[in-house]
Design a protein around this ligand. Structure first.
Ligand SMILES: Cc1ncc(COP(=O)(O)O)c(C=O)c1O
Length: 386
């Protein structure tokens, strides 16, 4: 008798190479980890207190499928302030994380056999989620040029053929830090309007932009009736990775069906966790600014440190929390990442984890204290000299 098997689409999903590597090095006191995308400081205290108070006050019940009305109102006020145009609460759905927001967005508009296009290299979930839904994914590659990552707009337009269902675009991008130039938004939107293509913008790093207060957003250009969905998260800007809270900004016509899908996925976000999210939105701006300042300093520290090493190419990230770099003559990033754990005590993510476009590259999450980044750079230098 053959063993019971999962759907072929599920069996074909990529295993996370970052996890394979981290599992090998986790818990080893001799390894300095930079493999995951999170700050090494906990969530700001006032957010933790707001959630703790809510839990103690008994906010432990189911809530509305789309999120608590006060959280949706706080998100509407936040987004309206951030983007300088009214984004009403009736366009917002609260999700249990940024990754859940992506999955719900995909379930809402993508079906079996659909063709989707993604700008890559990119965090694996962005390309694997459409595959869970039996869609096919084609990628358009970012390229390093003159010390920065760039997107060839003509190449993207050629890939967005009539009949394409959706474009997945993550900006600022994990892993490269590439940020969609503001002037590229209008031609992409016009092209997608012409061909009825959905734009699913993964905006989780929009506040971690080193070019301004917020990275250029499609929400600022699109009408409420456009096929534009923004997915977002509390994880990065408010240091809330473990809370699993995110949201979607949708055309109004999608909100009701998204509520139905939420019912069948998670039903609702946890009540007291939503209290923490309201506090984050209402009082979190100084902390976001402090985080961005810290990250900008550590970006400069790590990128300069890498560039000082012989044979290193380290384009400048304009957003996010990662340096994505390569070393001349070291093309197998998984083997190199494993060797760095064994022989240098340094835990980096292999670029191949983010798809074929990342082969030969390594990712360093620089959201760490300066001393830790400095120690990591020192270990890398010593390893190369040995
Ligand atoms: C590009 C991108 N999108 C979405 C997420 C999801 O974040 P979360 O599920 O923690 O909200 C991440 C997390 O690393 C990410 O890098």
């Amino acid at each position: 008798m053959t063993a019971p098997a999962a759907r072929p689409e599920v069996l074909a999903l990529r295993r996370s190479e970052i996890r394979i590597l981290a599992n090998a090095g986790m818990g080893r006191s001799d390894v300095l980890p930079f493999w995951f995308g999170e700050s090494d400081l906990p969530t700001p205290l006032f957010i933790r207190e707001a959630a703790a108070e809510a839990a103690l006050a008994g906010k432990t019940f189911y809530t509305h499928n789309l999120g608590r009305p006060d959280l949706r109102a706080a998100l509407s006020a936040y987004l309206t302030r951030l983007h300088g145009l009214a984004i009403g609460a009736e366009r917002i759905a609260v999700t249990n994380s940024g990754v859940s927001a992506l999955m719900i967005a995909a379930q809402t508009v993508i079906g079996p056999g659909d063709r989707v296009v993604a700008v890559a290299p990119v965090w694996p979930n962005v390309v694997e989620i459409p595959r869970v839904l039996s869609a096919t994914v084609e990628t358009v590659a970012l390229e390093p040029a003159q010390g920065r990552w760039t997107l060839d707009l003509d190449q993207l337009m050629r890939a967005l053929t009539p009949g394409t269902r959706a474009l997945f675009l993550n900006s600022p991008n994990n892993p490269t830090g590439w940020t969609l130039p503001a002037e590229d938004r209008a031609p992409i939107l016009a092209h997608c309007r012409r061909h009825g293509i959905w734009i699913i913008a993964d905006d989780v790093y929009e506040r971690l932009s080193y070019l301004g207060d917020c990275a250029p957003s499609f929400l600022e250009l699109a009408d409420a009736g456009d096929r534009v969905i923004s997915t977002n998260s509390f994880s990065k800007a408010w240091r809330m990775t473990g809370w699993r809270m995110g949201w979607l900004t949708l055309p109004p016509s999608l909100v009701e069906p998204v509520g139905v899908l939420l019912e069948y996925n998670t039903s609702c976000a946890p009540d007291f966790i939503q209290s923490g999210a309201v506090a984050a939105l209402e009082q979190g701006e100084p902390d976001i600014r402090a985080l961005r300042d810290e990250l900008m300093a550590s970006r400069d520290q790590v990128v300069a440190g890498l560039r000082a090493l012989p044979g290193f190419e380290a384009p400048t990230p304009d957003g996010g929390m990662y340096a994505f770099f390569r070393i001349e003559g070291r093309g197998d990033s998984m083997a190199l990442a494993q060797d760095l754990i064994e022989r240098a005590g340094l835990g980096l993510a292999p670029g191949s984890a983010v798809g074929p476009e990342g082969r030969g590259w390594l990712r360093w999450c620089f959201a760490a204290r300066p001393e830790k980044n400095a120690q990591g750079l020192e270990r890398l230098g010593r390893y190369l000299a040995a």
